[in-house]
Ligand binder design. Structure first.
Ligand code: 9WN
Length: 419
């Protein structure tokens, strides 16, 4: 465990702002210098949330900057490349510039959890800036329309992810089964260096899946009929539902009708309950036609719904607080249940705790007036960053930092937790 001098709230807030200043490129906030040198979609939404009170000007620029990468299909890409800095997979893999629907700025061809509606609502709540709502609202309507049309691969109202990167939790044990069901892959890297954070062949599968989709022209028909990875993820859809509700509240400010957003939220809620609930929420593998029965932090996404029925709310909170999750670890919330064979306290989404999922669950707790749980999540998360700094993720047992340093969403959400 690294020792850090004790910091009070004011000093912690100043440190967090300094990280965000350093990670601001002039046209967006990078998740971390070096490792992630471009703008990532859900990272940016967390930055908007974190800056809403202290730097609303920067929060607005952050969101608009990300939305410059939106495709004319409405798809908001998971990476927007504003700089020339190298990253793999970079623009040469995605080749967005060859696609008629893509904007002039280079982007990836995948999307990410649609947190932006909630982020815009957060910003409005703290600034009262109606003009900005009016400006950003249409882009987010288009984003939601894209998900409802091109991504409802199961036909029941949920959006399917077509790549582990779209979940934001790339190496989660939830994707092991669908990845291992893919056909045998023989893909040569031809000069591309493998990052040592992906020591296994799953990284080849990631690249192969991305190339298949690209070579099919990023077509919705191909996704529906042929793409071998299609999963309904409870976190992605729980976030989408929360954003639909946020958009319903913002709609009158944009002189629009809230009803379609509420209908969308209702469809997502019904489908989450019908299709992903089995004593807990699990991801559904649409290609294998079955639930993926490993409990991960992603299974708590539907808690973001204020109208989640009491039975599911009670059972999900019980699981979260149990010795399978935060009841057993010193720090909230392990990304995978600790009793699972796949649990690994050292590997990204296979065990470590993350500030963003802690923040989402703290938001969920607040939505349901679970004040004690919300306080536990706040205190535990602040303890992590106070002790180990704004690391990418943390060992859930001893709180030591993992992954890169000066990670933007860890800093941004700390600002929100301190408020
Ligand atoms: C792949 C940027 C992103 C986050 C994801 C996190 C990680 C990338 C990677 O970093 O994903 O997009 O290289 O593993 O899993 O949540 O958005 O911070």
């Amino acid at each position: 465990m690294e020792a850090r001098p004790a910091v009070d709230d004011a000093a912690l807030g100043r440190e967090a702002m300094a990280v965000l200043e350093a990670n601001w490129t002039g046209s967006g906030t990078v998740p971390a210098p070096g490792l992630y040198p471009h703008q990532w979609s859900w990272d940016s939404a967390f930055v908007v949330i974190g800056l809403a009170r202290r730097r609303p000007d920067r929060a607005r620029d952050e969101l608009l900057s990300l939305l410059r990468g939106q495709w004319s299909t409405g798809m908001v890409p998971h990476i927007v490349f504003h700089t020339r800095e190298a990253y793999f997979p970079g623009p040469s893999l995605w080749r967005s510039q060859e696609h008629a629907a893509a904007p002039p700025v280079l982007t990836s061809g995948l999307t990410a959890p649609p947190l932006h509606g909630l982020a815009l609502w957060w910003l409005y709540r703290h600034t009262g800036d109606r003009d900005f709502v009016r400006k950003a609202y249409p882009a987010l309507v288009a984003q939601h329309d894209y998900l409802a049309s091109a991504r409802d691969l199961g036909g029941a109202g949920l959006a399917a992810i077509v790549h582990p990167w779209e979940s934001g939790m790339d190496d989660s044990p939830a994707w092991d089964q669908p990845l291992h069901n893919l056909p045998a892959i023989h893909y040569g890297y031809r000069g591309v260096e493998l990052a040592d954070r992906h020591p296994d062949s799953d990284h080849e599968r990631y690249v192969w899946l991305a190339m298949r989709y690209r070579d099919a022209g990023y077509s919705a028909g191909y996704l529906r009929d042929e793409h071998p990875f299609a999963v309904e993820d409870p976190m992605f859809n729980g976030i989408w539902l929360a954003s639909c509700q946020a958009m319903a509240e913002l709609a009158p400010l944009a002189r629009a009708d809230p009803a379609p957003h509420l209908e969308q939220a209702g469809r997502i809620r019904r489908a989450l309950l019908d299709r992903l609930w089995d004593g807990g929420f699990y991801a559904r593998d649409l290609r294998a036609g079955q639930l993926i029965k490993v409990a991960t932090v992603g299974g708590f996404g539907p808690l973001l719904d204020p109208e989640l029925p009491a039975e599911q709310l009670r059972a999900a909170v019980e699981l979260l607080e149990s010795a399978r999750f935060m009841g057993a670890t010193g720090y909230p919330v392990p990304s995978c249940e600790i009793r699972a064979g796949q649990f690994d306290r050292t590997r990204y989404w296979r065990g470590p705790s993350w500030v963003n999922t802690n923040w989402l669950l703290r938001r969920a707790a607040a939505v349901h007036s679970l004040d004690h749980l919300a306080q536990q999540l706040t205190n535990g998360t602040l303890r992590l960053v106070r002790q180990a700094g704004f690391r990418e993720c943390f060992d859930p047992f001893d709180g030591s930092g993992r992954g890169c340093r000066d990670f933007s969403w860890s800093a941004a959400l700390t600002l929100d937790l301190l408020a």
